[in-house]
Design a protein around this ligand. Structure first.
Ligand code: ADP
Ligand code: MG
Length: 263
């Protein structure tokens, strides 16, 4: 029964979420539902609130107003310990910046994630590195790895707890095409395995791999685009149809015209 329910429910719901810094609404009354297993891209210009949104979804930050419901549970009702459990057991995080421990090898960096789960299992950590195509770099230090390889170690680390929800903020921002391809293939595999994937990206190629793209502007949801009609039908059956209009891909137009002042 539990499984049946899980196959078609809303894994994440943000209800009228705002994040306010003084006069600034980094997020402004944002409502968003994400069905379990959806692959979602978040696009929007620099400063539109994407990272703020990711931090709130990851339970690393709390909204000024509104609520965040993860797997049916309003996280504002959770204690710090329970929040830590959510971060540990439900969420996998990949940041734009690497945050690898410089004096540990790739394998040891991945194993630091296991530490939080009170397991030390080298073969499992190696397997995570294998998933990102880095088994032969397991014993290298970060300084001996290229930027793309370091980012893949971070992804391996995020996969160690088999997260239900993978959150990635500009995961391919620093990668060349070959590495971007590896990361996208991996996301594809995780998606097929049922992982919910939420990716912030400036790259239209990366964004368009997702089933659904949403656009933020000044902390508001201003547009939505579907790349997968079946996913859209499933979403509408679950959540109802959305009133948001589609959008022109900003990254494409930015590339076609002059390069803007994106970060
Ligand atoms: P994005 O990731 O889309 O570039 P952010 O979510 O990082 O945007 O930021 C959204 C807005 O909120 C920006 O104007 C940013 O300067 C502001 N902001 C983010 N974090 C803070 C903070 N801790 N204090 C004040 N303003 C912040
Ligand atoms: Mg950001």
């Amino acid at each position: 029964m539990e499984n049946e329910k899980q196959s078609s429910d809303v894994v994440l719901h943000l209800d009228h979420v705002s994040k306010i810094y003084g006069e600034l609404h980094a997020l402004d009354d944002l409502t968003l539902s994400v069905p379990r297993g959806q692959w979602l891209s978040i696009v929007g210009s620099s400063g539109s609130g994407k990272t703020t949104l990711m931090n709130i979804i990851a339970c690393l930050d709390t909204p000024s107003r509104g609520s965040v419901v993860l797997r049916g549970v309003d996280v504002s009702g959770l204690r710090e310990r329970e929040l830590a459990d959510v971060r540990k057991n439900v969420i996998g995080l990949v940041f734009q910046k690497f945050y690898l421990v410089q004096h540990l090898t790739a394998l040891e960096n991945v194993m630091t994630a296991q530490y939080y789960h009170s397991v030390v299992d080298e073969s499992q950590a190696l397997d995570a590195l294998r998933q990102v195509g880095l088994e032969d770099r397991a014993h290298h230090l970060p300084s001996q790895l290229s930027g793309g390889e370091q980012q893949r170690v971070c992804i391996a680390r995020a996969l160690i707890n088999c997260p239900e929800i993978l959150l990635a903020d500009e995961p391919t921002g620093n990668l060349d095409e070959a590495n971007e391809h590896i990361v996208l293939d991996l996301f594809k595999r995780l998606h097929e395995q049922g992982t919910t994937i939420i990716v912030v990206t400036h790259d239209s190629t990366v964004a368009s791999q997702a089933q659904r793209e949403i656009m933020l502007n000044h902390g508001k949801l201003v547009g939505e685009q579907w790349n997968d009609e079946a996913a859209r039908e499933e979403y509408e059956a679950l959540v109802g149809s959305s009133s948001l209009g589609t959008f022109d891909d900003p990254t494409k137009s930015a590339k076609d015209t002059l390069s803007g002042s994106e970060e």
